[in-house]
Structures are given as structure tokens and as C-alpha cells.
Design a binder for this molecule. Structure first.
Ligand code: UDP
Length: 328
């Protein structure tokens, strides 16, 4: 009666936190990862399977070994900036990898998919609060590739009866408050870890990417959600599918937008240290504002995003940054 779940990208930031939540919910998470960006030391909650979504045989081998009841698909290239300069890589890896995974799963009779999508599928929408019905007009190849995978999942629902819960994440931040896993990217590109490194002197300063946006202080607005809240929603989404409910899209955000300067100010308060900053130019591909206006996950899944305050996210990330880093 062991319920295995194949977690692609299970050694990455969100995937590793999802494995922790799956184990706590009584599932056995199988961390499937090619370790291009993930960490072996982050695989703590179930078996590790080294494979690559571009190698369909490796997916089939993992499925044959563990016979998962569902797939949680996190593995992807996810850097907006890089996707602007190397779109082919994003389209090839994200779309072809997902297609291999979907086909291998369906061939093995697995029809339940929880998919990690993004509010980067929306694009530049001038400050409107975003929800599941907002038209998707991505402005970078990362968002474009994720939107394409959403469309592929819908097509396979019609052709093969695939069931999916698609989560469109806003800005995921923070770390496991118990300190078992946390965020560690090489290179790091995300605002909060870069800011904490600048505070700690591990980097000279944080560069603010653009101060001339049409927002209250000129910097971009994002909606930050705690990674443990985010993965809680995935457990609810998995149960939704296992109960036989229909495919559904859910936005996962806190509903609160903060400018880059507001995040800097919150970090100053949480750490009681100054943030050295440099005013830089805009980063290509950045939308002015991305804020969730959806309560669908709260109403329909019973999701409670109870840790998604800037204070807790920055505090948990700060504590995590003080621990020894993963080395492999
Ligand atoms: N940002 C910044 N300096 C940095 C990294 C990020 O000013 O060194 C800004 C970025 O322009 C965006 C916000 O912080 O407005 C969040 O960026 P991040 O890369 O963390 O997430 P994204 O919104 O790209 O998913």
C-alpha cells in the first residue's frame, strides 16, 4: 500500500521541499533529478533516482522501479534572464523533457500530474491582479515554455484522459523552518538570497534591477509565497487528483505585492543589518508587477498560506543561509 510519487526536480529548491511535505503526508517521494542544478544532499525524504527528462529510457526505468501513483513535475530550466538570451535551450529542455515525461507516464497508465507552472506565463499586464482566467501572454521564453507545457497537458487530457493540477507560482521564497532543506542555486539569481548574501558580506552589494518602473518607488512589484505554503498546496492538489476530481488550474500567491525596495526594508528589519545596494538597469524580461488576485486555492483546495509574510520568509531564508551549504 506504499504510495510512491515521482518528483522530477526532487533535488531542487521547490522539489526538495515538496518531498519533505509528501513524506509528512504519508507518501514516498522518489526524487528524479539529473543533478544539473539539484543537490544530492537535498534528497532526504525518500529514494533518489538519477535520470534525465531528455532521456526517456531513464524515466521509464524510474517508473518501472517505483510504480508511482502520480507525477509531480518540477524539473525545468527556470531563469528568466537566461531564457531571453538562450531561448532554444528553454524550449528544447522544458518542452521536450515534459513531453517525454508525459508520454512515459501515460504508457505506464499513470494519469495524475501535478505541474509546476508560473505567473511568468502572464507577461506584462500592467498591474492587474492575476487569476486563473487571466489571458496568458508571456514575454520571455521561460514563461512561454511553461505555457506550452500547460497546453500539452490539456491536449493529452482530451486524447488520453490525463488529469492535471497546474499550479502557477508567484515568487517562491523562504526555506523549511526546520532547516532540513532550503534554497541554494548556482548561480543564484533570486532577490532574497542575493540580498541576504549582500547583508552578510558574501557579495559586495545587491543590484536593484531598474528604478524607473511605473510603481510607487520605481522598482518591480512581486507577490512572495513561502515555499512550505507552496508545497502544502501540492499535497492538496495531489489528493484532489487521487480523489478523482477534475483537472484544475490554481494560482499560488499571497495576494500581496511588494516592491524590491520594500523587500530590502523588510530584510533590514529582520536581520537588523543594512543592505548594501547598487542602482542598476532593468533586467530584460522582467514584468512591472505580478500579483495574485486569486483565492481559488483557498476556497477549493482548502489551502492556508500561513507562513507567507515577508518577515517569516526572510527570517527562514536567513537562518538557512547560516547553515553549511550543500557541496554535492
Ligand atoms: N531583482 C533585483 N536584483 C537582483 C535580483 C532580482 O532587483 O539581484 C528583482 C527583479 O528584477 C524582480 C524581483 O527582484 O523584480 C524578483 O526577482 P527574482 O529573480 O527573485 O524572481 P522573478 O520575479 O524573476 O521570478
Amino acid at each position: 500500500n506504499d504510495m510512491h510519487v515521482l518528483v522530477t526536480g526532487g533535488a531542487g529548491y521547490i522539489g526538495a521541499h515538496a518531498c519533505k511535505a509528501l513524506k509528512a503526508a504519508g507518501f514516498i517521494p522518489v526524487a528524479f533529478d539529473n543533478f544539473s542544478t539539484g543537490w544530492r544532499q537535498a534528497v532526504k525524504f525518500g529514494p533518489m533516482f538519477q535520470g534525465d527528462l531528455m532521456d526517456r529510457a531513464s524515466i521509464e526505468a524510474a517508473i518501472a522501479m517505483y510504480k508511482p501513483v502520480a507525477i509531480m513535475h518540477f524539473a525545468a530550466l527556470s531563469l528568466v534572464g537566461e531564457s531571453m538570451t538562450n531561448p532554444a535551450k528553454y524550449w528544447r529542455v522544458n518542452v521536450n523533457g515534459s513531453l517525454n515525461l508525459i508520454e512515459a507516464a501515460l504508457d505506464a497508465g499513470i494519469k495524475n500530474f501535478v505541474f509546476s507552472s508560473t505567473c511568468a506565463t502572464y507577461g506584462e499586464l500592467d498591474g492587474v491582479a492575476l487569476n486563473e482566467d487571466t489571458p496568458q501572454t508571456p514575454i520571455n521564453a521561460y514563461g512561454g515554455s511553461k505555457r506550452a507545457i500547460e497546453m500539452i497537458l490539456r491536449d493529452f487530457e482530451k486524447s488520453h484522459g490525463l488529469n492535471s493540477v497546474i499550479f502557477r507560482y508567484f515568487n517562491v521564497a523562504g526555506a523549511d523552518p526546520e532547516g532540513e532543506v532550503g534554497e541554494q542555486h548556482v548561480p543564484e539569481t533570486h532577490l532574497i538570497p542575493l540580498m541576504l548574501d549582500a547583508i552578510d558580506g558574501k557579495r559586495p552589494a545587491l543590484t536593484v534591477f531598474g528604478s524607473d518602473y511605473k510603481t510607487k518607488d520605481g522598482t518591480c512589484i512581486r507577490d512572495y509565497v513561502h515555499v512550505m505554503d507552496l508545497v502544502d498546496a501540492h499535497i492538496l492538489g495531489l489528493k484532489w487528483l487521487l480523489e478523482g476530481k477534475e483537472s484544475r488550474v490554481f494560482c499560488l500567491g499571497s495576494g500581496n505585492g511588494f516592491t524590491v525596495r520594500e523587500v530590502i526594508e523588510a530584510s533590514r528589519i529582520v536581520t537588523n543589518r543594512e543592505v548594501p545596494i547598487i542602482e542598476g538597469s532593468r533586467r530584460p524580461g522582467d514584468a512591472t508587477s505580478l500579483v495574485s488576485g486569486s483565492v481559488r486555492a483557498i476556497h477549493e483546495l482548502g489551502w492556508e498560506p500561513k507562513r507567507s509574510t515577508l518577515q517569516q520568509m526572510i527570517g527562514d531564508a536567513w537562518r538557512w543561509s547560516k547553515q553549511p551549504a550543500f557541496t554535492e
